[in-house]
Design a protein around this ligand. Structure first.
Ligand code: MG
Length: 245
């Protein structure tokens, strides 16, 4: 998983370098796939969930502005100055998964967009910091929600983080908000658990909808959304983030 995570981190370094006005999301996707295959890994999202009907067609999810997750890369989808773009990418190395997302500014962005990015990134790291052996998963969710709401933004309810390892999505689910009826929230963290925490944060309402392509999720009110995710391991001490260099 360290190796798979490192490949995901390398893709993000590449995305950070390539993202600029004028580049298309299909170009970003091609570059990501090439890097992953060059590392003898497999793009985890391509063909997911392998039902043979409207499976995800690409290596990265590329979601711009009001799109929060699962945007499909396209040659005619070109970045503009002031956009924000969320890139989510997964890699499989020798049967093990890494999964990580980051929202990038395209050139100069608005003050509100920057605050949204800072709040979402901050929520991710605050949540990981709270993921200590002996604490409950619900404690992590509470930290994420508080961090976001104190900054005036809202946490998406319909999509969650997850366990990750030999599959991309394993139990438990990790909510980004407190829900006392969620049984997974009572799970006690133990060293060796590998999790993907992924706050999705909206500037306006937390409500979302799915576009007619069956994949792209957008905010219900059309305002901006950001998404940051790391795969990490619970340890005896500090959590170990696997999807960074
Ligand atoms: Mg994930």
């Amino acid at each position: 998983m360290r190796k798979a995570g490192r490949i995901v981190a390398e893709v993000h370094e590449l995305m950070r370098r390539l993202i600029r006005p004028g580049v298309s999301t299909a170009e970003l996707d091609a570059a990501a796939e090439e890097l992953i295959r060059h590392r003898n890994a497999i793009p985890a999202f391509k063909g997911y969930p392998h039902t043979g009907h409207n499976d995800f067609p690409a290596t990265i999810c590329a979601s711009i502005n009001e799109e929060l997750v699962h945007g499909i890369p396209r040659p005619d989808r070109v970045l503009h100055e002031g956009d924000i773009i969320s890139i989510d990418v997964g890699a499989i190395y020798q049967g093990y998964y890494g999964d990580g997302a980051w929202t990038y500014p395209v050139g100069e962005i608005s003050e509100e967009a920057q605050r949204l990015l800072d709040a979402t990134e901050g929520a991710l790291f605050a949540g990981i910091e709270a993921a200590r052996a002996g604490r409950r998963l619900g404690d992590v969710s509470a930290v994420v929600q508080r961090h976001v709401e104190e900054r005036g933004f809202s946490v998406v309810r319909e999509y969650t983080g997850h366990g990750v390892g030999r599959e991309m999505h394993e139990p438990p689910q990790i909510l980004n908000y407190v829900n006392r009826r969620d049984p997974d929230s009572r799970i006690v963290l133990r060293p060796g658990m590998t999790l993907a925490l992924e706050p999705m944060v909206n500037a306006g309402t937390w409500r979302t909808k799915v576009l007619s392509d069956g994949w792209t999720v957008v905010t219900a009110d059309g305002r901006l959304s950001a998404h940051f995710e790391h795969t990490f391991a619970v340890t005896d001490g500090e959590p170990e983030i696997l999807t960074r260099l």
